[in-house]
Design a protein around this ligand. Sequence first.
Ligand code: OXD
Length: 311
Amino acid sequence: MRVLLHIDDIDTWRQALVERLPEAEIVTADDPADKRRNADYLAVWQPPEALLAEQAQAKGIINLGAGVDALLNNPALPENVPIVKLRDAGMAELIADYARYGILHFQRDFDRYRRQQAQREWRAHAVVDKHDWPVGVLGLGAIGAKVAAMLAADGFPVHGWSRTPKSLAGIRCHHGDTGLAALLRQVRSLVLLLPSTASTRHIMDAEALAALPKGASLINPGRGSLIDEAALLDALGEGAQEGRLRGAILDAFPEEPLPATSPLWTHPRIWITPHMAGPTPLGEAVDQVVAAIRAFEAGDEIETVDPDAGY
Ligand code: OXD
């Protein structure tokens, strides 16, 4: 059986797969075309179009990340090949840390202290108790549900939102359009963990941003397409003048790397990180890849991506 591997940290991955899946021949983009063409399985993260175009006979694709948007939007994606994606695989814990950091940044006034530091101003603000800092999590998939649970365990009242109804212990779950409006009205920090699909594109548009309470903050370790960037800049206000939103911590952008010309880079109330919130940890991810390939080979039932839903 031949497995085509494509991901940044390729040497570490190749070694792990050689050890864990000895029955497979692991090939990569560096192998000669005749060797890597028509692999049985593709274990890939954001593969180039030309590499996918060679793989007409794949029996299964394993997306080496949680979001399948880049793969589904790849024009060379072979048709009707089942896709499996990584589910959590250790990413949720890393993303929960990112969300925690973002929430605490505003709840404990680090943004204000940074501005005060520039003025050498020594002035402590009263701490708003965590229990009075409701947090929203949009997206309650494998990662969102776990992040919501971790934030609730930290002591924040957590509201979660999904397209269809869900029930999660300790989380106030909302769904659909009315549920979204109800959630937005109540939260002081909002964490975006939805997949990038046609129906989530610009879910945070001018109307949604205006529904947040004044002084709310936005944390996006999810996808850039979720936010209407012009509306965000508008909601943040110009220069030093604070708008409706207090600040935004952004890890994902419609175009990555974020172009040097983007006004987001220099905005005083935006913090930018380079899509680092939830790197795929090797251990559990390799376990999931091996399990998926063995399940495909054995003809076992396996949870696959719904390309129409986009996740
Ligand atoms: C992912 C990501 O989807 O890292 O896994 O963005």
